[in-house]
Design a protein around this ligand. Structure first.
Ligand code: ATP
Ligand SMILES: Cc1cn([C@H]2C[C@H](O)[C@@H](COP(=O)(O)O)O2)c(=O)[nH]c1=O
Length: 209
């Protein structure tokens, strides 16, 4: 339990560079948990609330100053915690979030080069006592992620970034996985969807037990 006050619910975040495959597996995780009697809330960042979805639209489509981008990510997060995450955990739900603060360290910190101390200050302000119970970091080489994205959709502002940007994001994600080994589980997302599901079931089995 990584919340300062004991809460009955659990919080799982899903991370990875764009195209790594995390969104594909959130539905599987939700079904797995529901089949074991858990009430599941699935959400995302930026977004997850009415205000957050408006911020998401700005963040994914408008060019802006790097610090504005970081601040808006944390503004969306603050609203998400207040409206969705904290109430869900207090009810005893299992809250699944497609991205959380590791993404700010990876993208605004690693990818864009924002000073890590500024991100830590924002983290300490916005959620001083809340961390996910488990973070699933979907990891793939850049070329695999890019091929998956190119095959599927029109690219947003972040997805249009170049390889060196994603390389720096991935490096920061993996650095954080090494820093927080008890929380972050690296998922080898080069494997097939079926193999990945089997691995996720093993990881979740330990948390549900
Ligand atoms: N293990 C896998 N093997 C092959 N294809 C996969 C695998 N996982 C996901 N895909 C495919 O890759 C594409 C991107 O997956 P997905 O949308 O889950 O990525 P994502 O990490 O959530 O990306 P984003 O962060 O940009 O939303 C989808 O078409 C999905 O079907
Ligand atoms: C939370 C968060 C997200 N981002 C970026 C990462 C992605 O490129 C987009 C979200 O799109 P997705 O398809 O829903 O994953 O936003 C970021 O840069 N910083 C953050 O804190």
């Amino acid at each position: 339990m990584t919340h300062s006050k004991a809460v009955p619910g659990k919080f799982i975040s899903f991370e990875g560079i764009d195209g790594a495959g995390k969104s594909t597996h959130i539905g599987f995780v939700a079904d797995y948990l529901a089949s074991r009697g858990k009430t599941v809330v699935s959400s995302r960042e930026p977004g997850g609330t009415a205000v957050g979805e408006k911020l998401r639209d700005l963040l994914l489509h408008e060019k802006m100053d790097l610090e504005t981008e970081a601040l808006l990510m944390f503004a969306s997060r603050r609203e998400h915690i207040a409206q969705v995450i904290a109430p869900g955990l207090a009810r005893g739900d299992w809250v699944l979030s497609d991205r959380f603060t590791d993404a700010s360290f990876a993208y605004q910190g690693g990818g864009r080069g924002l000073d890590r101390a500024k991100l830590e200050a924002l983290e300490n302000w916005v959620h001083p006592h809340l961390q996910p119970d488990l973070t699933l970091l979907f990891d793939v080489p850049l070329d695999v992620a890019r091929a998956r994205l190119d095959a599927t959709r029109t690219l947003d502002k972040f997805e249009q970034e170049q390889a060196d940007f994603f390389s720096a994001c991935r490096k920061e994600y993996l650095r954080r996985a090494a820093q927080f080994p008890d929380r972050i589980v690296v998922v080898d997302s080069t494997r097939s969807i079926e193999e990945t599901r089997a691995f996720l079931a093993q990881v979740l089995g330990k948390l549900v037990a």
